[in-house]
Design a protein around this ligand. Structure first.
Ligand code: AKB
Length: 316
């Protein structure tokens, strides 16, 4: 029997591309996209779409029962930068939605859950180079706190109640289809859009701020890989470190200049600099590579080529 999938937060940056991929893999009729509003018409109009409020248990349960869902991808969240502006809103959305899904899985309404964590679980006391899976974790953002606490609850629900929950600590994700919103790594997407539209970008991080990053195709591949891995292969039930590449704003600007010599950049760090300073520079993801054979494909040069090519088509 084919999986019946519900994606909550399907209009967002990762949710939208995950929806497209899962529809390709499992058939459009088996993948229900949902969000709190009709904010991404490509997703709303390209298959079954439902309005679901991730903070409302009944709203999720009705949808799960209506479509006989067995697998949920919970992609709704308030990210690091927005979370600092609206701390309680971030706490409420990020935690309530997770508990609703874990409790639905515990009560056997669903069989399998994907829940994204983030490099934001790490803090300024974490070793910044080649950050290990198991290390000091003192996140300083509300978003990071929700992800760290969420990881503990995922592991708890797995150990105590047998819930099949799987999770990845995503780095910054670079993509051209849907814009990210409210994150600290968003600069690495905005820079490509501005390069095409204005030939210029004013960056909110310092030029030498190195952060872990990944192209969307790799992030989607990792998500599908962990979700299709055998249960026994997924040994970590909090969340896996996941890595591809790391770079600074200066390095992205230089890679853009390789193709657009006229591109210019200025640096005006704002409150997001402190968030970025608290995160690792690069990540050791050897458990993911070992346990379910994770392997990334895209380096910075590939990403820049693809981003400029796709955005050129989009804007012209
Ligand atoms: C953010 O910047 O908040 C996110 C993340 C790294 O989880 N992109």
């Amino acid at each position: 029997m084919k999986s019946k999938i519900l994606i909550i937060g399907a209009c967002g940056q990762i949710g939208s591309e995950l929806t497209i991929k899962l529809r390709e893999l499992y058939g459009a009729e088996n993948v229900i996209a949902s969000d709190i509003s009709y904010s991404n018409l490509d997703i709303v109009n390209s298959g079954i779409f439902e309005i679901v409020d991730a903070q409302n248990y009944a709203s999720i349960k009705v949808c799960i029962e209506k479509y006989k869902i067995d697998t949920v991808y919970l992609m709704a969240a308030i990210l690091s930068a927005s979370g600092e502006k609206y701390p309680m809103k971030a706490w409420d959305l990020n935690m309530e939605s997770l508990f609703h899904i874990l409790n639905l899985a515990r009560a056997k309404f669903i069989k399998k859950v994907f829940w994204p964590s983030s490099i934001a679980v790490f803090g300024s006391t974490t070793p910044k180079e080649y950050t290990p899976q198991y290390t000091i974790m003192e996140p300083s953002t509300v978003y990071g706190i929700t992800k760290q606490v969420g990881e503990r609850w995922c592991e708890y629900y797995h150990n105590k109640y047998g819930v099949d929950v799987r999770s990845l600590r995503y780095p910054g994700i670079i993509s051209w289809k849907t814009l990210p919103g409210g994150g600290t790594t968003d600069y690495a997407v905005e820079i490509y859009h501005k390069a095409i539209t204005d030939g210029f970008y004013d960056c909110f991080l310092k030029e030498d701020t190195e952060l872990p990053m990944m192209f969307m195709d790799d992030a989607i591949k990792a998500t599908v890989d962990i979700m299709t891995a055998k249960k026994e292969a997924v040994k970590i039930r909090s969340s896996y470190n996941l890595a591809a590449i790391s770079f600074t704003p200066k390095e992205v600007a230089e890679s853009i200049k390789q193709q657009m010599p006229e591109f210019t950049i200025t640096y005006n760090p704002d409150y997001r600099q402190d968030i970025a300073n608290s995160w690792p520079k690069n990540i050791n993801d050897s458990y993911a590579r070992q346990d379910w054979k994770w392997k990334h494909q895209f380096n910075l040069k590939d990403i820049t080529e693809e981003m400029l090519f796709q955005l050129n088509k989009k804007y012209k």
